[in-house]
Design a protein around this ligand. Structure first.
Ligand code: DQA
Length: 150
C-alpha cells in the first residue's frame, strides 16, 4: 500500500477558529484540528501537508502548486463565491473533498450554494472538527479504490 499525500487547505477566517462564532464553529482551534488530523492520517497510510490562507489568490496558488494525491478543502466563504477556486480545481483535476464545520444548509441561503461541490469527490458538512476526519477517511478510501482499479 503506497503512502498517500493529502493536502489540507483551509480558507479565510479559519485561522480564527476557537474564538470565532462558537455557536457555528465550536471552540476547537485550527492547530488542534491539524494535530488531530495528522494523528488520524498515520494509520491510514497518509501524510498531510497543511495550509491556511485568507486570500483567494493564495488559495489558487496553493491548489496549482500542490503535488498531493488529493485534498481536503474547507474553502470557507470562498466556497460560495469563488469561480477562481473552482477553475483551479477543475484545471488541476485534483481529487478533493469539500468540508465544513457547520451544516451550511441550516444557515443563510447564500451558504446553500457551492461553486466547488459538483467537482468534489464528496462533501461533509455539519460535524464540527469531525467533518475533516470524515472527509479525510472518505478521500483516502476513494484514492485507494482508484489505485486498485487503475
Ligand atoms: C464554513 C461555512 C462557510 O459558510 C463560512 O463562510 C465559513 C466556514 C464552515 O466550516 O462551516 O467561514 O466553511
Amino acid at each position: 500500500m503506497r503512502e498517500l499525500s493529502i493536502f489540507v487547505l483551509n480558507g479565510p477566517n479559519l485561522n480564527l477558529l476557537g474564538q470565532r462564532e462558537a455557536q457555528w464553529y465550536g471552540t476547537t482551534d485550527l492547530a488542534t484540528i491539524v494535530r488531530d488530523l495528522d494523528a488520524l492520517a498515520k494509520p491510514l497510510g497518509a501524510t498531510l501537508t497543511h495550509a491556511q490562507h485568507n486570500g483567494e489568490g493564495a488559495m489558487v496558488e496553493a491548489i496549482q502548486q500542490t503535488t498531493a494525491d488529493g485534498a481536503v478543502i474547507n474553502a470557507a466563504a470562498y466556497t460560495h463565491t469563488s469561480i477562481a477556486l473552482r477553475d483551479a480545481l477543475a484545471g488541476t483535476q485534483l481529487p478533493f473533498v469539500e468540508v465544513h464545520l457547520s451544516n451550511v444548509y441550516r444557515r443563510e441561503s447564500f451558504r446553500h450554494v457551492s461553486r466547488l461541490a459538483d467537482l468534489a469527490v464528496g462533501v461533509v458538512t455539519g460535524f464540527g472538527p469531525d467533518s475533516y476526519r470524515l472527509g479525510l477517511e472518505g478521500l483516502v478510501r476513494h484514492l485507494r479504490l482508484a489505485d486498485e482499479s487503475g
